[in-house]
Every structure is written in structure tokens, then in C-alpha cells.
Design a protein around this ligand. Structure first.
Ligand code: DX5
Ligand code: ZN
Length: 222
């Protein structure tokens, strides 16, 4: 069964606690937390104090997506404030194997994210060590962007690599995900759907989560 990870980048920051509580009481599986540093991506979001302040509001998995340079320096602190999964960008990690081992040594699940232009071929030697691969289906830095259609091809290629290498990695899709592409993504091999705007920019975010979660086998077959 696929997982739904609402991205709180699209939440109401002036009342963030109530959005986390809504996620907690919804059919969502994870909470997707986008950390941006203004260097790896041209935007700044939030960091340790915010994550720490919402940690007590839910036991759901905190899926922390680090869009930052030199993540190794900060990974222990993200573990301390409550991350369960930490995903780093391939493009930001010259010593990716070491970074993945660091995340795992802290008892967390380790993920790698790929920008839209980055080939999955770069994962061949590390895929067996990964718990998650995040395929960016927009250029990272902002919510509300248009889904890049080449993602479907990438997901299928990644699924083949995962099967070939007997990797436990889940495939996560991040950016422009909604009811219009969710079924095709799952059929292509996606395990985790991140959704920001298609959840929070609606009148009924909890229902939007249910709709993404409850895509029935019939929807998935036709
Ligand atoms: C983009 C972030 C995404 C973003 C998704 O840099 O990594 O998680 O919040 O937002 P939507 O679903 O609005 O594209
Ligand atoms: Zn993200």
C-alpha cells in the first residue's frame, strides 16, 4: 500500500500546530518536512526549532528532506530534534556513502534525493544501502510547481534498479503530485507520494489526504 506524506511547506505557518494535528488525525502516513538553506536551493524554509516544536504533536514518521549543502555537519542535530528519515541530495554530497552511513549510525532511515536532471545511474553503487530514493518531480526550492512528466520514466528505471540490486529502498515522488498523476505514479512503482499544494491549498485538506490514500485497486488497474 502506498504511503502519503503531506509536505508542510504548504501548511499555514501562522497556525502550524493545528495543521500537524490535522495530519496526525488523517490517513497520512508520514509528515514531509522540507529544510532549505538558501544555498543549495534559492529559498529558505525552516530548521531545528520548528521541527522540535511540532515533534510532540504526532508520532507519525518525520520525513526530513534536506535541501542544504554540507548536510553532514547538521545531520546529528536533525536526528536530535526528531527526524525519523533523513534524505540528502546526491548533488550536495561528494562523499555520499559516508553521509548515508552517518544517518544510519544515528538509528535513522537514510534517503537520497535526485534533482530532475540527475540520472538514476549515479545510484547504482549505493542503492543497496538506501532505505529511500526521492525523485524530485519539480526543481526543488518551492511548492506549487508543475509536475515534470519525465518522472514516470525515471520511476520505472529506478524500480528496475531496485529489483536488480535487491534494495529495500522505497521510491518517493516529490513535487506537483496530486490526484491527476497519483495513480500513474503508483503503477510506475512509487511507494511514497509527497503532496503539498494538492492537500493544503484545498478547502478540506484531510479529505484530500484520504482521496490520495484511498486510490482503490480499481483506480490502480484501469
Ligand atoms: C519542493 C519540496 C516539496 C514541495 C512539494 O522543493 O521538496 O516537498 O513542498 O510541494 P507541491 O506538492 O506543492 O509541489
Ligand atoms: Zn520535499
Amino acid at each position: 500500500m502506498h504511503k502519503i506524506a503531506p509536505s508542510i511547506l504548504a501548511a499555514n505557518f501562522s497556525n502550524l500546530g493545528s495543521d500537524i494535528t490535522m495530519i496526525d488525525q488523517s490517513l497520512a502516513d508520514w509528515v514531509h518536512i522540507d529544510v532549505m538553506d538558501g544555498r543549495f536551493v534559492p529559498n529558505i524554509s525552516f530548521g531545528f526549532p520548528i521541527i522540535e516544536s511540532i515533534r510532540h504533536l504526532t508520532k507519525k514518521t518525520f520525513d526530513v528532506h534536506l535541501m542544504i549543502v554540507e548536510p553532514d555537519l547538521l545531520i546529528p542535530k536533525f536526528a536530535k530534534v526528531g527526524a525519523d528519515v533523513i534524505t540528502v541530495h546526491l548533488e550536495a554530497c561528494p562523499h555520499l556513502h559516508r553521509t548515508i552511513q552517518l544517518i544510519k549510525s544515528l538509528g535513522l532511515k537514510a534517503g537520497v534525493a535526485l534533482n530532475p536532471h540527475t540520472s538514476i545511474n549515479g545510484l547504482e553503487e549505493i542503492i543497496a544501502d538506501l532505505d529511500l530514493v526521492c525523485i524530485m518531480s519539480v526543481n526543488p526550492g518551492f511548492g506549487g510547481q508543475k509536475f515534470i512528466e519525465n518522472t514516470f520514466l525515471k520511476v520505472r528505471k529506478l524500480k528496475n534498479l531496485i529489483l536488480e540490486k535487491k534494495s529495500p529502498a522505497l521510491i518517493e515522488i516529490d513535487g506537483g503530485v496530486g490526484l491527476g498523476n497519483a495513480v500513474d505514479l503508483i503503477q510506475s512503482g512509487a511507494d511514497v507520494l509527497v503532496a503539498g499544494s494538492s492537500i493544503f491549498k484545498t478547502d478540506a485538506p484531510s479529505d484530500a489526504i484520504s482521496n490520495l490514500k484511498n486510490l482503490s485497486p480499481n483506480n490502480l488497474l484501469c
